[in-house]
Write a protein of this length. Structure first.
Ligand code: CUA
Length: 332
């Protein structure tokens, strides 16, 4: 390719790379924590632009002004120029100090605990899904976390197996989840709606399939959600398909790993709590949409969709599968 078409192709590629939407952008903060990090990034970015312009401007000036000309002699040498050497050592050091001060200030500000009265959520990382417990509200759920708008939140995080990292870019920075330790992140969400996130620390075969969703809701919507989540699982109607599904669930292998509040046989804690699984929008670590088709495929062969998944393949006869799916979907 000739130079001009090549340059145009690069510009076109760069420009088309900038079309949205970017659900995991860090540049559109939706919490006080995200805003602090964004402010730090933006200010350092513009100072870096100033440094770049000065350095490149001087470089271009020197290249053009002092270029080799026919008949010009040897340029003079600057070896051992003390003032210059002190200058070009001090200038970068000063720039680093200039960047370090606001960076340290932001690190300390964002490491602080949430104020008293904040909503506490315990986050437990598993290979490869998220467990959320709201100790003050008596709720246990998975993968999708609901938070009220404008109220301080503290996530107290740990891991059941290996190191994971909670990262919902819109809400702010990452924080590792380390087995045997509690790490914390505190923020106040300031805009309604869904925030996409994912595990940001390599944690095994399905690290890339360990996603999460945050739903920031108005106070009344959050209270209504919490009240539903707190209740025991819905009891299927007598003689319904969902009731047959419930019986299949209670007789099958599912109860070894999953809890359903209100179903005494189901007390497993290896996998996500399924008490209200029908109310979630996603399955399998927020990786698949929670639809009939995906639920069937997930139950039939989870490891084929999520490599390394602890949930084994469960090839069920068609009538049992339909009943089981109907039951899980009835758990609103
Ligand atoms: Cu969990 Cu990566």
């Amino acid at each position: 390719m000739r130079p001009i078409p090549r340059l145009l192709a690069v510009i076109l590629l760069a420009a088309t790379g900038c079309g949205g939407p970017f659900p995991q952008t860090t540049l559109a903060p939706r919490s006080d924590l995200g805003a602090q990090i964004d402010t730090l990034f933006t200010s350092i970015f513009w100072w870096a632009v100033v440094v770049f312009a000065i350095v490149e401007g001087l470089l271009l000036f020197v290249i053009i002004r002092y270029r080799a000309r026919p008949g010009a002699g040897q340029p003079s040498r600057l070896h051992g120029h003390t003032a210059l050497e002190i200058g070009w050592t001090l200038a970068p050091a000063l720039i680093l100090v200039f960047i370090a001060v606001p960076t340290m200030r932001t690190i300390f500000a964002t490491a602080a605990r949430a104020p008293a009265g904040a909503l506490r959520v315990e986050v437990i990382g598993h290979q490869w899904w998220w467990e959320y417990r709201y100790p003050d509200l008596g709720i246990v759920t998975a993968n999708e976390i609901h938070l009220p708008l404008g109220r301080p939140v503290e996530l107290d995080m740990t891991s059941a197996d290996v190191i994971h990292s909670f990262w919902a870019p819109g809400l702010g920075g990452k924080r590792d989840l380390t087995p045997g330790r509690i790490t914390r992140i505190a923020f106040t969400a300031d805009s309604l709606g869904e925030v996409a996130g994912q595990c940001a620390e390599f944690c095994g075969a399905s690290h890339a399939n360990m996603r999460l969703r945050v739903f920031v809701e108005s106070d009344s919507a959050f209270v209504a959600w919490a009240a539903r989540q707190k209740s025991d699982a819905a009891v299927p109607a007598r003689g319904s398909e969902a009731e047959r599904g419930q019986q299949a669930f209670a007789r099958g292998a599912c109860i070894a790993c999953h809890t359903i509040a209100g179903l005494p046989q189901a007390r497993g804690t290896v996998g996500p709590n399924l008490t209200h699984v029908g109310s979630r929008t996603t399955l399998a670590g927020a990786m698949l949409p929670n639809t009939t088709e995906w639920l069937r495929r997930w139950i039939a062969n989870a490891p084929s969709l999520k490599p390394g998944s602890l949930m084994p393949a469960m090839p069920l006869p068609e009538d049992q599968m339909a009943a089981l799916v109907a039951y899980l979907q009835s758990l609103q």
